[in-house]
Write a protein of this length. Structure first.
Length: 486
């Protein structure tokens, strides 16, 4: 395979990006201290860019759709396009920062350039510990999944406020020549002709180790069956499954990882079960607020990382999925958590995640045109109500040019017919929820954030846990004003 060829899963995120759907993952980061000088940030990023070489590359598309795109060096790379600077008007509240994030996340990434952006946000009002600034990060899902994105942040940031100077300067970089259309087509056709060699390797493996292969194949078959059964039972209709446009709202909820673990230790289940129960309780409250009766269970698509320790730091997507119930009809928070914990145990035993991974890997052998059609078919057939992703981040402080990263609020993209996505990320003892909503369908996203906070308090009350209070925004929410960008 040509170096840098997108996998079937990576390419599927390109095919899903149509209409109002943008397939980039993103986040809002808050740092203590005064913002760095813009040129200093550009120089610091340039000095680390060799550690994430994909950030210097763009997509090259095979003519006539005869192969998946591949990554090639961008000969016109300009970091001042990708690293941007903006300032909030006074008072620079978190409400204004969320509004800015919603506008930035509403814009698709330019496929003719490397698929990432970073925004330095100045003018943020001081927090309890003094001045602070923000950074918005945005990367296409074809480039990273949630876990590899965390690894990239760990590479670009420091683990101490005063890191030692690198022993050697970054290696010089010169973009390799871009392949011609004829070269791209020739490579793709050659790869297609050599795919049977991979099948031959599988046959040899079967002869050498039939029992091991048979056992793995049996587990995969059971998993595919479980995944197919989940797909045959469509989820219920909900206020969160409507046509969406290109515009977004963004909000967040602060929580403590220690609080979530204390609830888990008291009531049972896992940390992820507590997260799902919090989401289910929040959606129940939100649906009632809207006058929609919460009946039965909604279905959440929960991405699961299959990235090995050896693959940490590598780019691309190494995820599969499970379909998790969100029992919004259950009024009692403890029973809600117990229902989710029991269901998740059954889903894990069914091998549903294994089945999803098998189907994903098989897509790598599909014709690109068939894969594109399949991706669009999946996007039109509703298999779940919303995505809920929980990414474990580093449990130690990170620094950017000496300033400590205080909070991370992650964002998961919306697919067609999905007006709400919820991403959760733990970092240095915190566990923060990032809420992305369609601008028109989720005009009450702020209320949903309140509902999630109330749901967590409800679970904590059932567990006898006193929640640590997150720091509120220092000023009342002002009327939205236009930001100043450079």
């Amino acid at each position: 395979m040509a170096e840098g060829r997108l996998t079937g899963l990576d390419a599927s995120f390109l095919h899903l990006e149509n209409g109002g759907a943008h397939m980039h993952v993103a986040g809002v980061m808050l740092f203590d201290g005064d913002p760095p000088a813009y040129e200093e940030l550009v120089r610091a990023t340039e000095a680390r860019l060799h550690l994430v070489p994909r950030y210097r590359q763009k997509l090259a598309f095979v003519p006539y759709g005869q192969g998946r795109p591949r990554w090639v060096d961008d000969p016109h790379l300009n970091l001042r396009y990708h690293i941007r600077r903006t300032s909030l008007p006074r008072p620079g509240s978190e409400h204004q920062l969320r509004a800015l994030a919603g506008r930035v996340f509403s814009q698709p990434l330019d496929r003719d350039k490397p698929l990432w952006e970073m925004w330095l946000v100045e003018g943020l009002e001081p927090g309890p510990d003094g001045p602070r600034f923000g950074v918005l990060s945005k990367t296409h899902h074809a480039l990273v999944d949630g876990v590899s994105g965390v690894d990239i942040a760990s590479v670009l940031f420091d683990t101490s406020p005063d890191p030692p100077e690198p022993a050697q300067p970054p290696p010089p970089w010169t973009a390799r020549p871009e392949p011609s259309s004829a070269q791209l087509l020739g490579e793709a056709l050659l790869e297609r002709a050599t795919v049977p060699r991979e099948a031959a390797r599988s046959v040899r493996a079967l002869v050498r180790g039939p029992r091991q292969v048979a056992r793995a194949a049996g587990e995969a078959a059971v998993g595919v069956g479980a995944m197919a059964w989940a797909g045959m039972r469509p989820p219920p209709s909900s206020p969160y499954n409507v046509d969406i446009g290109p515009h977004r709202r963004f909000n967040w909820v602060r929580a403590s990882l220690a609080d979530v673990k204390a609830i888990k230790n008291s009531l049972g289940g896992t940390v992820n079960d507590v997260v799902l129960a919090t989401v289910a309780g929040g959606l129940r409250r939100h649906m009632e607020r809207r006058g929609a009766e919460p009946v039965g269970s909604l279905r959440a698509m929960v991405p699961v990382s299959v990235r090995s320790d050896e693959e940490r730091g590598s780019l691309g997507n190494r995820v599969t999925a499970m379909m998790a119930p969100l029992p919004v009809s259950e009024e009692d928070p403890q029973r809600r958590l117990a229902t989710i914990a029991a269901s998740m145990q059954g889903i894990k035993r069914s091998g549903q995640a294994v089945g999803a991974q098998v189907l994903t890997e098989l897509s790598g052998f599909a014709q690109p045109t068939l894969m594109a059609q399949g991706s669009r078919l999946v996007s039109t057939k509703r298999l779940f109500n919303l995505v809920v992703t929980n990414v474990p981040g580093p449990q130690f402080p990170l620094y950017l040019l000496g300033s400590e990263l205080r909070d991370i609020f992650p964002m998961v993209p919306l697919a067609k017919g999905q007006a709400l996505g919820i991403a959760i990320m733990s970092y240095n003892g915190r566990m923060n929820f990032g809420l992305l909503g369609d601008w028109d369908a989720m005009g009450d996203l702020d209320e949903l954030a309140d509902d999630l906070g109330a749901s967590l308090e409800e679970l904590a009350g059932a567990a006898g846990v006193t929640l640590g209070r997150p720091t509120p925004s220092p000023t009342p929410e002002p009327r939205q004003r236009k930001h100043v960008a450079t």
